[in-house]
Design a protein around this ligand. Structure first.
Ligand code: ADP
Ligand code: ASP
Ligand code: MG
Length: 405
């Protein structure tokens, strides 16, 4: 008998019919002799709707109250899924993140898990129940309710699977697995039967939102077998594996797109030691996460520094830059929220020359200008105009031979 954690995303529990379908599947898994722990997201787009509601009542979003508000979404779905299971004769009980023993730090809206104490979940399993846990939430050491960041139900599922030593963590979503590109952008994207952790982490970090990055990191660290699959067709999906399945295969495994960032450029910056340190220390102290950074070669002792931040951090980052501008002697701060990033990912590119050249040629042949470049040993990313991102993904997908026949 296996212990299976099954996580259902927003679309998968989007309405009563979907919740009944989920309950049917959980009941089938139980009937096959497995123990099941269910983790649910908020129904459909309800998290977005709650955020919109908050914006309507207040110009700012106090993080503690936002967490109180947003965790309500998962509370609704956990209770409904538990009731639907009951209606199928499957005994179950729902648990908030706090009741499930998910202890986090106090960094509201993006809390990190410090400790897992899933005693009540174990007790429920021992009593023959199916525990249904609200995803995306925990309780801080200060006893405040916290959330784990957007998409955080994936982290809840993986953390529970690790703590309970589950045999597999199944992530059910609205596509049939991890594809060679977002299937909503590239019609010819192919489902990957398996992908390794390195590649999956690069995908999750560059826009492949099918799995939240932190859940992939957590699964790798704790050796949790992850299986991404569809809650609509229930067919086998994509396994995230330790080994390198691309060894003998294509150089590039996937192409990702991301339009969730903005670019900030500081011009006329004195080209001397300590300037970048001052700027990025100020940003770090304000809690702004910086992604790509490019510094131009200096001329006449002056240089320009460009970097990207999440669109949601843009206002904060802009304020920090204006505050330190005079201190570091920059002449201007410019922001650009119309950028997008396209990335190619593949463990095979380590040993294949010409990948970068083909990427740049493909973009150039399609008249797409590259504004910034960053690389890792298994990824190349280019910043382009946001309106050209979808086209860039499609032509790179074709150029690297990834299109489905
Ligand atoms: P859930 O609510 O189930 O967590 P998400 O919206 O977070 O679902 O993630 C699933 C979505 O991720 C898909 O609908 C798909 O559009 C998107 N996606 C982006 N890149 C990929 C990819 N490479 N493979 C599969 N899905 C992807
Ligand atoms: N409901 C939360 C969100 O929309 C968490 C999740 O779905 O994973 O971000
Ligand atoms: Mg998700």
């Amino acid at each position: 008998m296996a212990l299976i954690v099954q996580k259902f995303g927003g679309t998968s529990v989007g309405d009563a019919e979907r919740i009944r379908a989920v309950a049917d599947h959980v009941a089938r898994t139980r009937a096959a002799g497995n123990d099941v722990v269910v983790v649910v997201s908020a129904m459909g787009k309800s998290t977005d709707e709650l955020i919109r509601l908050a914006d309507e009542v207040s110009p700012n979003r106090p993080p503690r109250e936002m967490d109180m508000l947003l965790t309500a979404g998962e509370r609704i779905s956990m209770a409904l899924v538990s009731m639907a299971l009951g209606a199928r004769g499957v005994e179950s009980a729902s648990f908030t993140g706090s009741q499930a023993g998910i202890i986090t730090d106090g960094d509201h809206t993006r809390a990190k898990i410090l400790e897992m104490r899933p005693d009540r979940i174990r007790e429920a399993l021992d009593a023959g129940l199916v525990p249904v846990v609200a995803g995306f939430q925990g309780v801080s050491t200060e006893r405040d309710i916290t959330t784990l960041g957007r998409g955080g139900s994936d982290v809840t599922a993986v953390a529970l699977a690790a703590a309970l030593k589950a045999d597999v963590c199944e992530i059910y979503t609205d596509v049939t697995g991890v594809f060679s590109a977002d299937p909503r952008v590239v019609a010819k994207a192919r489902r990957l039967p398996k992908i390794n952790f390195d590649e999956m982490m690069e995908m999750a970090a560059t826009g492949g939102r099918v799995l939240m990055l932190r859940s992939v990191e957590f699964a790798r660290r704790h050796h949790v077998p992850l299986h991404v699959r569809s809650s609509f067709t229930w067919e086998p999906g994509t396994w995230i594996v330790e080994e390198d399945p691309t060894m003998e295969e294509a150089t590039v495994t996937a192409v990702t797109d991301d339009t969730s960032e903005a670019k900030i450029t500081l011009d006329g910056v004195p080209d001397r030691p300590g300037v970048a340190a001052q700027l990025f220390r100020a940003l770090a102290d304000a809690g702004v996460n910086v992604d790509m950074i490019v510094q131009n070669t200096g001329t006449n002792g002056l240089t320009a520094i460009s970097f990207t931040v999440a669109l949601t951090d843009l206002a904060e980052a802009r304020a920090v830059c204006h505050a330190v501008k005079d201190q570091i002697g920059a002449t201007s701060v410019e922001t650009d929220d119309q950028i997008g990033r396209v990335s190619i990912i593949g463990a095979g590119m380590k040993s294949a020359p010409g990948v970068t050249a083909l990427m740049f040629e493909t973009l150039s042949d399609n008249g797409i200008n590259i504004e910034m470049i960053s690389t890792s040993s298994i990824r190349i990313s280019c910043v382009v105009r946001s309106e050209r991102v979808a086209e860039a993904v499609r032509c790179l997908h074709t150029a690297f031979g990834l299109d489905a026949a």
